[in-house]
Design a protein around this ligand. Structure first.
Ligand SMILES: Nc1ncnc2c1ncn2[C@@H]1O[C@H](COP(=O)(O)OP(=O)(O)OP(=O)(O)O)[C@@H](O)[C@H]1O
Ligand SMILES: [Mg+2]
Length: 211
């Protein structure tokens, strides 16, 4: 099996990297794909999420978790992709040469941008780095307030940065924050069908970008 590697990266803290990484994993898992999560962020949020999930739902042979250093990301993910359909790499909120191994191996780099001007400014660094590594990159607007003028403006400016912007936007919803703390994804529960729909649509869009 030669799985596809998806890296979630953005230097701005709290933009939604871990949220998008785990929600995407749950959605792909729900479609029957096996998924390996790789956390290169020493904060370890993805690992906490995984342990919560393990306690709540028990083991799932199709969802694995491991950690690596930033520079070990390419070796580790190449190894994981031999046994999984997808490897999803979560990265820390900083931008330096350490990020390169996680970018270099990715079939797609997802860059979450919490919908504000400052977050957009912070995005240029990771886009430059991804461009130098010749990565396919997809900006995902997160924490949007749908149908506001701001989100329209940010979406417009994001598209001027020279990377693709996902048609799907992830809105600011309590369901994302709640499920993250519980080791779940929006696609696990029927409680927030709108969040679930957003994540399923994101998964569709991400799959359409993968070779
Ligand atoms: N769409 C959303 N709606 C509501 N809350 C969200 C959304 N996305 C993220 N959050 C919340 O924002 C906070 C930061 O999200 P998250 O941890 O995913 O960001 P991050 O980019 O991984 O942060 P860090 O840079 O620290 O790793 C969390 O409390 C999370 O629950
Ligand atoms: Mg994180």
């Amino acid at each position: 099996m030669a799985g596809r590697i998806i890296t979630v990266a953005q230097q701005k803290g709290g933009s939604g990297k871990t949220t998008i990484a785990v929600n995407l994993a749950v959605a792909l898992r729900g479609r029957g794909h096996s998924v390996a999560l790789l956390d290169t962020d020493p904060q370890g949020s993805m690992g906490r999420w995984f342990l919560e999930r393990l306690e709540r739902l028990g083991e799932d042979a199709g969802l694995e978790f491991s950690t690596s250093s930033a520079w070990g990301a390419s070796y580790e993910s190449e190894k994981l992709k031999k046994h999984h359909d997808f490897v999803i790499i979560d990265t820390p909120p900083k931008i330096d040469s350490d990020l390169r191994p996680a970018l270099r191996v990715a079939a797609l780099v997802i860059v979450p941008v919490a919908a504000s001007q400052v977050d957009l400014w912070a995005t240029e660094g990771v886009l430059d780095l991804a461009r130098r590594e010749k990565c396919e990159t997809l900006i995902v607007l997160n924490r949007t307030r749908p149908n506001t003028r701001l989100v329209g403006e940010i979406a417009g400016k994001a598209s001027e940065l020279g990377a693709e912007v996902a048609a799907v936007q992830i809105a600011n919803r309590v369901a994302y924050a709640e499920t993250l703390g519980m080791g779940l994804g929006a696609a696990d529960t029927a409680r927030s069908p709108i969040a679930r729909g957003e994540i399923e649509a994101l998964a569709d869009e991400v799959l359409s970008w993968l070779p």
